[in-house]
Design a protein around this ligand. Structure first.
Ligand SMILES: Nc1ncnc2c1ncn2[C@@H]1O[C@H](COP(=O)(O)OP(=O)(O)OP(=O)(O)O)[C@@H](O)[C@H]1O
Ligand SMILES: [Mg+2]
Length: 264
């Protein structure tokens, strides 16, 4: 058994009095596409943000390729925070793409993709721009490098955001509803880029309501409901014969939207 790329153990997340994630245990296999599905408000984004360390879990442990992220357990079983430099090192293995692309409006596509390389990673300008160009070409936007976000379609902007994350050479990519803000005709181009990435063996965690994508590209599907992980399994187990009543109810809602043929 390979070490999981990400391992989540007994993760709890509270916002004030509200418990949003309750005792999540999840292994993300290396080199595969894992999908998180579940109703609105079930905690999908919060779980992804905890894995990216954009939120700090209230309890529990996360490891990334065997290294503790954020907190570790002392020999006495106490939970201690790791030094900031160590947290940065583990976090740098993870790239994230959001529903809202969050590009800098005053920078070109090339600027957006090369900025962190130059300013955070101190890569010399020319090399940073070469690496950024290579990523833009990879997402099919080599010819749009000089365009500003406002001059790009939503699908193109999201592909720039993917290129920006990839330029930092993450080992794991997290996607939080990357196509939800897009018109249906632009969704396909983003999903195709994600499919290519999956085919290259990138470890991916994808939150998506694109049940068709989850069913055809996903290799592990986890279903979250009210902050609890109710089920993790292979796509066939989840979609073809859902056993859990809440999952069945959820799929009824989404499969009604015409995706049923994709998983039949
Ligand atoms: N910063 C916050 N402060 C307080 N409550 C929050 C915060 N972020 C999220 N929540 C709450 O946590 C719960 C889970 O939210 P989350 O955004 O993770 O759900 P989700 O599954 O991603 O939903 P959606 O499908 O609508 O994106 C919700 O009840 C939400 O209101
Ligand atoms: Mg969300």
């Amino acid at each position: 058994m390979n070490l999981p790329a990400i391992s989540v153990r007994n993760l709890v997340k509270r916002f004030g009095e509200t418990t949003v994630l309750e005792g999540i245990d999840l292994d993300i296999p290396e080199g595969k596409v894992s999908c998180l599905i579940g109703p609105s408000g079930s905690g999908k984004s919060t779980l992804l943000r905890c894995i990216a360390f954009l939120e700090e879990a209230s309890e529990g442990m996360i490891t990334v390729n065997g290294e503790a992220l954020g907190f570790y357990e002392t020999p006495k079983g106490e939970r201690e925070r790791l030094p900031a430099a160590q947290i940065r090192g583990v976090r740098s293995q993870i790239g994230m793409v959001f529903q809202q692309f969050n590009l800098w409006p005053h920078m070109t596509a090339l600027g957006n993709v090369s900025e962190a390389l130059k300013t955070v990673h101190r890569v010399p300008r020319r090399e940073a721009e070469e690496r950024a160009m290579a990523q833009l070409r990879k997402v099919g936007l080599g010819h749009r490098a000089g365009h500003y976000p406002a001059q790009l379609s939503g699908g193109q902007q999201q592909r720039v955001a993917i290129a920006r994350a990839l330029a930092l050479q993450p080992k794991i990519m997290l996607f939080d509803e990357p196509t939800s803000a897009l018109d249906p005709e632009l969704t396909g181009e983003v999903l195709n880029v994600m499919r290519d990435l999956a085919a290259e063996g990138m470890t991916m965690v994808v939150v998506s309501h694109e049940i068709g994508f989850a069913a055809t590209v996903g290799q592990q599907i986890s279903f979250l409901d009210h902050g609890k992980l109710l089920f993790t399994g292979a796509p066939a187990e989840v979609f073809a014969k859902p056993r859990h009543p809440r999952l069945e109810q959820f799929l009824d809602t989404y499969l009604d939207r015409g995706a049923s043929m994709l998983v039949a």
